[in-house]
Every structure is written in C-alpha cells, then in structure tokens.
Write a protein that binds this ligand. Structure first.
Ligand SMILES: Nc1ncnc2c1ncn2[C@@H]1O[C@H](COP(=O)(O)OP(=O)(O)OP(=O)(O)O)[C@@H](O)[C@H]1O
Ligand SMILES: [Mg+2]
Length: 369
C-alpha cells in the first residue's frame, strides 16, 4: 500500500515503507512494512544492531522515521509527540524513579495524565495486586530485588490502560530462572488484559515462548514474520533457520529439482533429497538445514536404505539430563548434532562408525551461508 493512501485497516499498528538512517547514509531500518493486530503479542527478534530498538523507538515517538509512515488505529502518527500516543513502555534497566516509593512510581503516568486522586488510588492498588506487591508499596526501588523492580516497571506501563505496550529486552537483566518466571507472568497479563504487546528480544527461546507472531530482523530487514511453530518448521532462508532453534548445516550443490523436492550432492561426499525451499534450480549452491531431533543414528549396516542415509563418525556425546547429544562428523561437518534419548549415548564411543538417516521433508535446501 502507498504511504499516502489512508485506508482503514484491521491492524492496530501499521508500519508502511518505513526507513530510518541516523547518519544520512546507512539505513538501519531498510523498508519496513509490518501490521500489528489488536490484541496481538508480537516479538521483534534479531541479533544486536539489527534495528529492533530503532523500530520500537519510532513507534513510541522518540525517533522519527526518515521515510514512510506509521499508523496507530488508522491515524498517521509520525509527527505525534510520544505522550499523546497512549503507549506504555518497559525497558531493560527498569528506569524507576529512585526517590519515589513503589506506589508513587506506579502512580506517575496517572499524575501526568491528570487523573483524579481517588482514581489514582484505586488504580495503583489494583496494579499492586496484579504484580502481587501490595505489601511493598511504600518501599523505594533500591530496596527491591531485580525481579520485583521489573514487576513495578510492568505495573507502571500498564496502570493507565494503554492500548499498546512496548517492551525492549525487559527481562535482560534478570537471571535465567526469574526470566522464565516473568515470561509466563507477562504472557498471562497479556492474555487476561487483552492488550497489544510489541516485545523486543534477541533471545529466540524467549520469543518462541511468549509470542503470537515473531518478526525476525537482520541488518534492518525483516526476514520473516510468522507464528513460532511456522518459523521453526518453515524458515524461508538460512538466516532464520539458524536463528530459530538448533540446526545442522551441510553444504552442497543442487543436482535436480522435482516440484517441491531436490536432490543435492554434498560438498563433503554423498547425496540427499531435500525440500527445495530457497534454491534457484539445478547447479545452485545450497546450505541444507536439518534439526538435531529429526535425525536417527543407525549402527546396523543391514537396516533399510532410505533416500537420506549418510556415513558418520562419532566425535563425542554430551549428557544433558533430559536428553543427550551425539556430536558427529558428517560429510565434512565435524559438529553435526543429533539429539538422543537420555541413556542412548552409552554405546556411541569416540571414533565409532555409524549412519544417520532423516526424512526428505526434514531436510531444507536453503540459500548458501
Ligand atoms: N542514536 C543513534 N545514533 C546513531 N546510530 C544509532 C543510534 N541508535 C542506534 N544506532 C545504530 O543503528 C543500528 C540499529 O540499532 P538498534 O539499537 O535499533 O539495534 P537493536 O536491534 O536494538 O540491537 P540490540 O540487540 O543490540 O539492542 C546499529 O547499527 C546502531 O549502532
Ligand atoms: Mg536494542
């Protein structure tokens, strides 16, 4: 759609042809078209410097797009100041006011909005109940743990019932356990309150846990926007396949293409059949992607010969409690990972010769890396 054509959209937020440069030369957001639906939990996921925070800051109103327009509930907002946008925000470093109590911190957005005193009291009490911190209302931020401070930041972002809440790495400063607990709490708040959340992280497991949809960023370009399972099962290119979940890569050349499948000669020897996801045709270089849990190790020579059976040599095995990993040498890839049942790794000694098998549908032929 053209940026100038304001047609009503079901989206709460629409980025239309958005570009951003800070120095007038290098585009850090290259050409962003993204619709965010009302009530959705959408995550911007990508490596450091890929443009996630910049995108969020343009939506919040702290950065102005160089080109394009952003619509909030169908209104162009490029020139609207941040405080008029009705957007709540939570950042990594909490940014609570150290000299104010917890209750005063949470009340702050309401006092800016000139809410009546009785209303403020009621809403702050409800917000404190929501984060289960009623008994800590009179403490100051310095007297709270990291997780408690992050809860207060959350309450402060939600207390004025914004239609949209932006969160930029809100759990980045917390340890793993607390982070996982807070992920579930935020998810629950999202479900009970029906708000729209735009969440930024570079942690793919966090994105998979929390999101309705994930936009995968790389170098200022959205590579793919999809539901978590679709990103994992149907990555459109090697970048997404590598960024989401564990992944084995085998380099090769496409020999033949037959509808959705292709036959690939591996650079390190052997040939396999793969889904032709992102290859231009016969003769093209490709990177095959196979997930560690979609591979079987066969030690018995006499077992049946499928289309994808490759000789492998055991490097070592890693015991991880609920599962184990075998590290193999396969077609020149010396770090080829296969996920095993716990206990199944006992017989796989270093140097042992085995075969691996996997289904053609579990092997994706993607752009070369
Ligand atoms: N205020 C600024 N002035 C100049 N360049 C900036 C500014 N803010 C960000 N950049 C540059 O823009 C690019 C994108 O930065 P951005 O902060 O959006 O990345 P990010 O995806 O949020 O990364 P991270 O995961 O590290 O937070 C980077 O190359 C960064 O150096
Ligand atoms: Mg950032």
């Amino acid at each position: 759609m053209e940026a100038g054509m304001v047609t009503p959209a079901p989206a709460l937020v629409r980025f239309s042809g958005i570009q951003k440069t800070y120095d007038g030369e290098h585009l850090v957001v290259k050409n962003l078209d993204l619709d965010i639906r009302k009530g959705e939990f959408i995550t911007l996921l990508g490596p450091s410097g890929s443009g996630k925070t910049t995108t969020l800051m343009m939506l919040a109103g702290f950065e102005v797009p160089t080109h394009g327009e952003i619509y909030l509930a169908d209104r162009p907002i490029k020139t609207m100041p941040p405080h008029k946008r009705d957007i709540g925000m939570v950042f990594q470093n909490y940014a609570l006011f150290p000299h104010l109590t917890i209750a005063e911190n949470i009340a702050f957005p309401l006092s800016v909005r000139k809410t009546s005193k009785a209303d403020v009291q009621e809403r702050v009490a409800a917000a404190l109940r929501m984060i289960k911190m009623e008994n800590l209302a009179h403490r100051r931020p310095g007297q709270l743990s990291g997780g408690q401070q992050q809860r207060v930041a959350l309450a402060r972002a939600l207390v004025f019932n914004p239609q949209l809440v932006l969160m930029d790495e809100p759990l980045g400063a917390l340890d793993k356990r607390l982070r996982e607990q807070m992920q579930l709490e935020i998810k629950q708040l999202h479900e009970t309150m029906g708000i729209t959340i735009v969440y930024v992280t570079h942690d793919q497991s966090e994105a998979l846990t929390m999101s309705d949809r994930i936009a995968v960023f790389n170098d200022g370009i959205v590579q793919q926007i999809d539901k978590p399972d679709a990103l994992y099962e149907h990555p459109v290119n090697s970048f997404v396949a590598h960024f989401i979940g564990e992944n084995n890569v085998l380099a090769g050349t496409v020999e033949t293409v037959d509808k959705d499948y292709c036959r690939v000669a591996l650079t390190g020897g052997g040939a396999v059949t793969a889904r032709a996801v992102n290859v231009s045709g016969a003769g093209a270089s490709t990177a095959l992607s196979v997930r560690p849990e979609r591979i079987a190790i066969v030690t018995d020579d006499s077992s049946s010969d499928g289309p994808n059976r490759l000789p492998a040599r055991v490097q070592n095995t890693i015991y991880l409690g609920d599962h184990a990993l075998a590290v193999l040498d396969v077609a020149g890839n010396g770090e080829f990972m296969v996920k095993l049942q716990p206990g199944a790794h006992g017989s796989l000694r270093h140097g042992k010769s085995v075969f691996i098998t996997f289904r053609p549908e579990d092997c994706l032929a993607l752009d070369p890396v």
